[in-house]
Design a protein around this ligand. Structure first.
Ligand SMILES: *Cc1c(COP(=O)(O)O)cnc(C)c1O
Length: 391
């Protein structure tokens, strides 16, 4: 969190809370870093909309990146309507009734299984779409977040080597017409696990890659983080291109909008229970930062420390009736009071794309911190947004 807290606080004064504010300059800074990798390698980089679907920024992002990728029809439509560049899609399974539209708006379609490939291959080829398959290299590089590990045993994501080889025994032409391989196995990781994964991919799938046009390294690359080894990434991309004569795609989500958003909340009440002082906020972990509970992780909060580190320690909770709707225990140098504003950092990714209205909680508004320092509201939500999803 390099941004100056006092400046942010001044800029956010008077905002109706809860509110997400997306930092335009920071999005552009991230895009420039990604573009520098593209320029040095001729790799193609796509925005994975799953992490960040702030389409207000798609024209800006599209100035730098190759296009967007989607996890299903709706994200694909958003990419087609708002980014209007290369449009890729991967879904664990497609529906017959969606394929006409998907083949119309997507130029690359990635299949997750032999069944799906067989079912839709000729239809997609007739429409002139480049098709690929997602492989599971069965090489886990993370222990911390098993729910984010597509290589975990029994994973439904991607075709394993043995499944592919058995299918090829039955149908030797299975891969004819298939242009690319895709793997996605990383989560918030550096270039070293990527290099190790590529070794396994080349050893096991290299013979198939030789006949293909592209290789997609998936997402999970924290390319815009300060300590990311971009030199190694560049080496990996160049090596793939020279070994197999393929285009290389990357599809980061987080890296595009890393540290590019804030959530702004107001303290509504302050209560004590035993030794704990609770602050009741108008933002909720369960509704507005579900990864705090799901991942779990501790969101960065400006000017705060660990519990007990600074003079005043508080437990931050929300207005829902869920006892576990707790953001965490944080400490501050100054006492916090009803009406004070708090600002969380790194709130552009996996935040508003995951929001829900559980317990009738309002959806936070969306705003942009412009390059000139002004803040502009770009979307307001209200009661109708809650009601229209129910009946
Ligand atoms: C989630 C996902 C991404 C983006 O991952 P990040 O961790 O946000 O970079 C890319 N591709 C696929 C297939 C994904 O599921």
């Amino acid at each position: 969190m390099s941004n100056n807290y006092q400046e942010l606080k001044r800029a956010f004064e008077g905002l109706k809370t809860p509110c997400y504010v997306i930092d335009e300059a920071k999005i552009e800074e991230n895009c420039k870093i990604l573009k520098s990798v593209m320029d040095e390698t001729k790799a193609k980089i796509l925005l994975a909309q799953k992490a960040f679907s702030g389409f207000y920024f798609y024209p800006l992002i599209g100035e730098y990146l190759t296009g967007a990728t989607a996890s299903g029809l709706f994200e694909a439509r958003l990419g087609a309507e708002e980014m209007k560049k290369e449009n890729h899609i991967f879904s664990p399974a497609y529906k017959d009734e969606d394929m006409e539209e998907i083949t119309r708006i997507c130029d690359h379609i990635i299949f997750n299984s032999v069944n799906q490939l067989k079912k839709y291959k000729s239809y997609c080829l007739d429409k002139g779409v480049s098709i690929g398959i997602r492989i599971n290299p069965e090489f886990s590089t993370q222990e911390d977040h098993e729910i984010y590990d597509p290589c975990a045993s029994g994973s439904r994501l991607g075709i394993t080597l043995s499944t592919l080889e058995n299918a090829l025994k039955e149908d030797a032409s299975l891969l004819s017409g298939v242009d690319g391989l895709h793997f996605h196995t990383l989560c918030e990781q550096g270039a070293e696990p990527l290099r190790n994964t590529l070794e396994v991919v080349y050893k096991n799938f290299g013979k198939y890659l030789k006949n293909m046009k592209w290789l997609n390294f998936g997402g999970g690359h924290h390319i815009t983080r300060d300590d990311y080894n971009r030199e190694l990434l560049i080496k990996c991309i160049n090596e793939a291109k020279s070994l197999f004569d393929v285009e290389v795609y990357l599809e980061p989500g987080e890296a595009v909008a890393l540290n590019a958003g804030y959530s702004v909340t107001t303290i509504l009440d302050k209560t004590t229970s035993g030794d704990t002082t609770n602050l009741i906020l108008d933002i909720s972990a369960a509704c507005h930062m579900p990864d705090v509970i799901e991942m779990p992780y501790r969101p960065p909060l400006f000017t705060s420390g660990e519990a007990g580190e600074k003079k005043y320690t508080y437990r931050l909770g929300s207005c829902t009736c869920l006892a576990g709707d707790i953001i965490g225990d944080f400490s501050f140098d100054e006492e916090k009071n009803i009406g004070d504003m708090l600002i969380f950092g790194d709130m552009a990714i996996y935040s508003f794309v995951k929001n829900n209205t559980f317990n009738g909680m309002p959806l936070p508004d969306l705003a942009v911190l412009k390059k000139d320092g002004n803040v502009e509201n770009i979307k307001s939500f209200g009661y109708q947004d809650f009601k229209k999803r129910l009946s």
